[in-house]
Design a protein around this ligand. Structure first.
Ligand SMILES: Cc1ncc(COP(=O)(O)O)c(C=O)c1O
Length: 393
């Protein structure tokens, strides 16, 4: 018998990958599956970005890069943040990593240990709770409620801070709800956090450019009173349809960057060079592909919300960002996980149970609308037919 560390019994997973594997297995058996499960843009990476990676390989960029990323890339990240958010960022505080997740992993490893408390949104990205548990820290959920549009309430967060709190995870626009926390609430949170100097914040802003109805992104990096304690997580996966490239970045406080770099050197040395050259092209090249993709998501969002609210048993308010809908399913009488399994196996539609995002996700289902309007309509027709048949039975 092998004897893995106890932490291995505490680590969770992201069930979207399991649903994806099951959907692929059913497709391989000849079943037709519409996939509203996995959260990735259904667009190709824009051609000029692909070309930059190909050119980098042809130009001989085959070796290690600096562990924190190619200087031109870190400068491009800083310039992009200044352009989009109006914040000044020192490129030496940017750590380029293989995907958005890595900044999250490093931040939690840096603060998590037995006795420490880490606050995280629930329902929220499942990896938050998983890695907090893995680290040995206590995962303290911040319940997000439908009657508050699943937005973060500054009061709820601040009320949960204790002397043992080390880190708070904030995510807006959010996975799995698509919720956007309003700027006034973000400001309230920042003002409240100023009174708790022992607490760091990981602000997961990976969906910062996927906003609808004229919303503007409210970044936690904006607040000088907490700036020295904010770790910003962002990356290329969602914005530039680059999920498989594995490219992301963190902007770290001065007091933490050295530790974060050591984690990178211990873990992955550096991100593969061609992906980094692609990242430069993404940030410094034309942004129209991003705007076109977001416009397509906005149109699909209208369709999915309209279809959900036209389905007996389901209801869903329009989410402000990302590409997820999080309908209330309680009137179907089917628990979330059972509905996920039955919709996949019997209706041929991949979705994710709200409970995959934490216990406060019961009563909800996550639908990713990163799929064509035709597929969204087909998926919704199948869901409606399945629910009608169940009611009739
Ligand atoms: C909220 C959130 N943060 C981070 C990530 C991780 O992104 P990446 O694929 O770049 O690791 C995701 C991906 O789904 C996400 O939804």
């Amino acid at each position: 018998m092998l004897n893995p560390a106890a932490a291995m019994r505490r680590i969770g997973t992201e069930s979207a990958f399991e649903v994806l594997a099951r959907a692929k297995a059913l497709e391989a058996q000849g079943r037709s599956i519409v996939n509203l499960g996995i959260g990735q843009p259904d667009f190709q990476t824009p051609a000029h970005i692909v070309e930059a990676a190909v050119k980098a390989l042809r130009d001989g960029h085959h070796g290690y890069t600096p562990a924190n990323g190619i200087p031109d890339l870190r400068e491009a990240v800083a310039a992009d943040l200044e352009r989009r958010l109006g914040v000044e960022v020192d490129p030496d505080l940017v750590l380029v990593v293989p995907g958005g997740k890595v900044t999250m992993f490093f931040a939690v490893l840096m603060f998590g240990e037995p006795g420490a408390e880490i606050l995280y949104p629930n329902p929220g990205f499942p990896i938050y709770e998983s890695i907090i548990a893995f680290s040995g820290a206590t995962a303290v959920p911040i319940p997000l409620r439908e009657d508050n549009g699943f937005a973060v309430s500054a009061e709820d967060v601040l009320a949960r801070i204790t002397p043992a709190t080390r880190l708070i995870i904030f995510n807006s626009p959010a996975n799995p709800t698509g919720s956007v926390t309003a700027r006034e609430e973000v400001a309230k949170l920042a003002a409240g956090l100023a009174r708790h100097p022992h607490v760091a914040v990981l602000s997961d802003e990976i969906y910062s450019q996927m906003l609808y109805d004229g919303r503007e992104h409210a970044s936690l990096l904006h607040y000088p009173e907490i700036r020295e304690r904010v770790i910003l997580l962002d990356g290329w996966s969602k914005t530039y349809a680059m999920t498989g490239w594995r490219l992301g970045y963190g902007v770290w406080p001065k007091q933490l960057i050295e530790g974060a770099m050591r984690l990178a050197i211990n873990c992955h040395s550096c991100v593969n060079a061609p992906a980094q050259w692609a990242g430069i092209a993404a940030l410094t090249g034309p942004q129209e592909p991003v705007h076109e993709m977001v416009a397509a998501f906005a149109a699909r969002r209208r369709v999915v919300i309209e279809e959900l609210n036209a389905t007996a048993g389901l209801s869903c308010a329009a989410p402000g960002g990302a590409f997820y809908a999080f309908p209330n399913i309680t009137k179907t009488g089917v628990p979330a996980k059972e509905l996920e399994v039955k919709l996949l196996e019997e209706a041929g539609v991949a979705t994710i149970a709200g409970t995959s995002f934490g216990r406060y996700g019961e009563g909800y289902l996550r639908l990713s609308y990163a799929n064509s309007v035709d597929n969204i309509r087909e998926a919704m027709a199948r869901i409606r037919a399945w629910l009608a048949e169940r009611r009739a039975a």
